[in-house]
Design a protein around this ligand. Structure first.
Ligand code: NAP
Length: 418
């Protein structure tokens, strides 16, 4: 069942289905949600075809005819530019805004011409302040460490502030000169031949990110939330992030959380089963911690730059850079996406690993509350890799593996759902 929506986007009719609604920042998913998808550039077409088949199969297996996804193609990137003369058509933005939850393959970042990264644009337009990257190990994936299975973290990276806010002025610019003069009036010296970048971090921006991380930890029964910061050096930005994080946990989640300090003062370090531990680590030490004591961490909340580095480092640790899923989430919109690029040299060859979009799709199913379908995808993908049925990128690193095409890999995952 579903309602008929008359409006067309990019000249395409909306399939029969219903909108995902948001209440207090949370999605309310109907049985047949309309989900806009952006196929993506380069290898995107191969990846999307494979991913859609896997996601549809999981939903069908989990819920039979009761539930299904009404996929609705929207356009961005090269495909949009070729067909509509725009890298990010207004209709595509309207459709994502209207239907709330979307998924996308990788997009080319146009070089030159003043066109901004499409990924960054989407994050800003929809205020997707929270970048979520789950990192876990799938048995059999080639990894550079001895016990990759010990790392199972979900990283919540602030997506809108920090040195990524885009407030930067080049050497010798009028703005840089003016700022250097202004800062001199505070008694601080900056060399005159400096470029200047500004690192804004607000209480509002930090706390809304930490709130999502704590909520997730409580809902998913995760044992801890670690605030990762460089507050020993940058006291009023990174240090404040830590303080605001603790304050938020104390003010809004007092019954469900406990700080590390209290845990040792009041409970001799024994975490009660009904509490989520909130602790903090300095960013450089955290890079050691995830290698040396990976199983001590669960949910990580961190500012933009730390999160960028840490997500890729963690993904590499479990051998999963090519299959790492990701999502950018706001209060009224969420976009699930490939974390790798378009890998243009493999475009149209049906060889690329579709794992990142498949797992991002599984994240989307979990976000919509369709946990059973999410689990089917995870289990089947895990089984397929364990059977050493993999695409070229894993095959070249594994002994005795069978090299599958993108489409064959998707078929193997679907078979393994049985
Ligand atoms: P890339 O597309 O990620 O590809 C670099 C290399 O990574 C590939 O040649 C391949 O390595 C490997 N790789 C990437 N995706 C893979 C997959 N699904 N399966 C197996 N291997 C994979 O990075 P790039 O060449 O620097 O960027 C190309 C374009 O993508 C640029 O326009 C860039 O701006 C854009 N980009 C988009 C996103 C996004 O949309 N989220 C992210 C990053 C980059 P081997 O050749 O060794 O097999």
């Amino acid at each position: 069942m579903g309602q008929v929506i008359d409006k067309k986007y990019n000249g395409l009719s909306v399939p029969s289905g219903e909108k995902v609604k948001f209440v207090n920042g949370k999605p309310q998913c109907p049985d047949k949600p309309i989900i806009p998808f952006i196929e993506g550039d380069g290898t995107g077409a191969d990846i999307w075809k494979a991913s859609k088949r896997v996601l549809d199969a999981a939903v069908e297996k989990a819920y039979g005819p009761k539930r299904s996804i009404a996929w609705f193609e929207v356009f961005a990137g090269e495909k949009a530019n070729n067909e509509f003369g725009s890298w990010l058509p207004e209709d595509s933005l309207e459709a994502i805004k209207e239907f709330g939850v979307a998924i996308k393959g990788p997009l080319t970042t146009p070089v030159g011409g003043g066109i901004r990264s499409l990924n960054v644009s989407l994050r800003q337009i929809f205020d997707l302040y929270c970048c979520v990257r789950p990192v876990r190990y799938f048995a059999g994936v080639p990894s550079p460490v001895v016990s990759p299975e010990k790392l199972d973290v979900v990283i919540f990276r602030e997506n809108t502030e920090d040195v990524y806010a885009g407030i930067e002025y080049p050497i010798d610019s009028a703005e840089a000169k003016k700022l250097i003069e202004l800062i001199a009036t505070f008694g601080k010296t900056i060399r005159p031949d400096s470029g200047i970048g500004v690192k804004p971090m607000s209480r509002f921006g930090s706390q809304r990110l930490v709130r999502r991380a704590v909520q997730y930890a409580i809902e998913q029964k995760r044992k801890s939330v670690t605030l990762v910061h460089k507050g020993n050096i940058m006291k009023f930005t990174e240090g404040a992030f830590r303080d605001w994080g603790y304050q938020l946990a104390e003010n809004e989640f007092a019954a469900a959380t406990i700080s590390e300090e209290k845990l040792w003062k009041e409970m001799e370090g024994k975490l009660p089963s009904d509490k989520v531990l909130v602790n903090d680590r300095i960013a450089d030490s955290m890079f050691q911690q995830v290698l040396l004591r990976p199983d001590e961490y669960s949910v990580i909340a961190t500012p933009n730059l730390n999160g960028d580095y840490l997500s890729d480092a963690c993904a590499a640790q479990v051998g999963g850079l090519g299959i790492a899923p990701g999502a950018n989430i706001g209060d009224n919109c969420a976009i699930f996406e490939a974390t790798h690029g378009t890998a243009p040299k493999y475009a149209g060859l049906d060889v690329i690993n579709p794992g990142s979009v498949i797992l991002s799709g599984a994240m989307m199913l979990e976000y919509l509350g369709w946990t059973e379908a999410m689990k089917l995808v995870h289990d089947a993908l895990g089984k397929t890799i364990q059977k050493k049925l993999v695409t070229y990128d894993f095959e070249r690193l594994m002994k005795g593996a069978t090299k599958l095409k993108t489409s064959e890999f998707a078929s193997a995952i679907i078979e393994n759902m049985a």
